[in-house]
Ligand binder design. Structure first.
Ligand SMILES: Cc1ncc(COP(=O)(O)O)c(C=O)c1O
Length: 459
């Protein structure tokens, strides 16, 4: 967008009229927003000409990097041909039909039917409503309770935030709604104690079984989980966790929903987190990487059992923009790039393992780093006060935020989730990009450690 306005003017009008998500509005009012103006590949530029490597791919979504002409061309061509039409009342459009076919070929076997929406939250919300409808149609209307994990993030609508396990979100808007239950996440570093990760994986899955028995299996509708929990702190499940979760869900006839909003489209080194962890979900939600964030689009994939029942009748649900043709055309162009450039395979075989190894090498022994973890191009380092005892910093010291600021000064954008520093770079990152990301991250962590050592803590 071309304009003669200066940064201070953008910040002023933005602070005056724009309420930002997940932002402390009082602090923000004083500091003003960083205004981004341009993106190319992995790089972003702000209105002051500062350049950054975006090691978060926006919000875990810009798989193919910024500035891809193919996606702009696809949107342009579709807008001129047919910018919008809906999919209600026995109508469809070519892009959405083709995208449905394409997704059916990419998703795990059996997940062959798709409902579209605009965001991950809407896809999760749709799943909750669909599951309630499903059990009613099955003649089991008492089966309504949904189980998910503490720290899980599934979005911001009433239902999605209720599925989510963030107490900070529950506090805003009197959530969770009735009928949503939360159990311990498979967070070995924090909850594992003396157990090996494998032993702990079975214990964490066991928490789901305990909750099912507490609620009564006849009342439990579904279990929702991200294959690898992203926004909750890049929590990598031990290898024993998902097989056990799956066994428990099958035993008590509880639908298994994989929230693939972050993991989908190659993030963990295969097309789906479900593929990486051997999960066979009944339903899958996806968004973000479906268009690399170029336009809003999400989908809910239905497996044969749920689709078979739902398709006996109808489901009074949908949005004006369910299956928006321009977003669908961009998704098709985005998937074409992922396929033609072999990006997902590269993340799985090369850049993903390379990122994990380089982080481990550079930071595994760092005194401020308790754990380095991740899978594919999704990674995190957990900053701790005492590496030996795994003691964490008091939250109000905001060590992670301090480190995040130091990284930004160094031209790197990671994300601070408390004291977990997360990385989720565009999937087009090559080894030299990863080297630079790791180098800048180490510099940010070193500066944080130096600050702590010098006792100059004023965060
Ligand atoms: C796993 C997961 N589910 C759902 C959502 C919500 O997606 P959206 O922000 O597009 O509504 C997110 C967003 O980060 C997510 O990470």
């Amino acid at each position: 967008m071309k304009s003669d306005r200066k940064t201070a003017e953008w910040q002023r009008i933005d602070a005056a009229h724009h309420i930002h998500p997940f932002t402390s509005l009082q602090v923000f009012d004083k500091e003003g927003a960083r205004v981004f103006v341009r993106g190319e590949g992995l790089e972003l530029e702000d209105s002051e000409g500062h350049r950054f490597i975006d090691a978060m791919a926006g919000l875990w979504c810009v798989q193919v990097g910024y500035g891809r002409r193919e996606l702009a061309d696809a949107a342009h061509a579709q807008m001129l041909e047919l910018a919008y039409y809906n999919t209600f009342f026995k109508t469809s459009t070519q892009p959405v039909a083709e995208l449905s076919e394409k997704l059916a070929s990419l998703t795990p076997p059996g997940l062959d039917h798709f409902m579209f929406a605009n965001s991950g939250s809407e896809a999760v919300d749709t799943a909750v409503r669909l599951i309630r409808h499903f059990w009613n149609l099955e003649g089991r209307p008492e089966k309504k309770v949904i189980i998910s994990r503490e720290l899980g993030y599934h979005g911001s609508t009433l239902a999605a935030a209720s599925v989510g396990g963030w107490s900070s979100m529950h506090a805003h808007g009197d959530l969770p709604l009735p009928g949503f239950e939360h159990v311990m996440p498979p967070y070995w570093y924090v909850h594992g104690g003396e157990l090996s990760p494998e032993e702990f994986g079975v214990v964490a899955a066991g928490a789901i079984e305990q909750k099912i028995l507490e609620v009564g299996p006849e009342r439990v509708a579904a279990f929702f989980g991200e294959p690898l929990m992203g926004a909750g702190g890049v929590i990598v499940p031990p290898s024993t966790y998902w097989p056990e979760v799956q066994r428990i869900c099958r035993k008590y006839d509880v639908l298994l929903v994989a929230d693939e909003v972050i993991c989908g489209f190659g993030r963990t080194g295969t097309w789906w987190g479900s593929e990486t962890y051997g999960i066979e979900p009944d339903l899958m939600t996806m968004a973000k990487g479906i268009t690399s964030g170029y336009l809003p689009l999400s989908a809910l994939a239905l497996g044969p059992r749920v689709a078979g029942t739902i398709m006996q009748g109808d489901f009074a649900h949908g949005f004006t923009y369910s299956g928006h043709p321009t977003a669908a055309a961009v998704a098709l162009a985005n998937i074409r790039i992922l396929e033609e450039e072999g990006i997902v395979e590269r993340v799985g075989n090369d850049t993903g393992p390379y990122l994990q190894e380089e982080l481990q090498l550079a930071l595994g022994d760092h005194p401020l780093v308790g754990e380095v973890r991740g899978r594919g191009l999704l990674a995190a380092v957990e900053l701790v006060e005492d590496k030996q005892t795994r003691k964490r910093f008091e939250a109000d010291r905001k060590v992670g935020e301090f480190c995040w600021d130091r990284c930004l000064e160094n031209g790197l954008i990671p994300r601070a989730i408390g004291d977990v520093i997360a990385l989720s770079p565009p999937l087009v990152a090559v080894r030299s990009d990863i080297d630079e990301i790791v180098r800048r991250l180490v510099a940010g962590i070193d500066k944080t450690a130096e600050h702590l050592r010098s006792g100059g803590w004023k965060a």
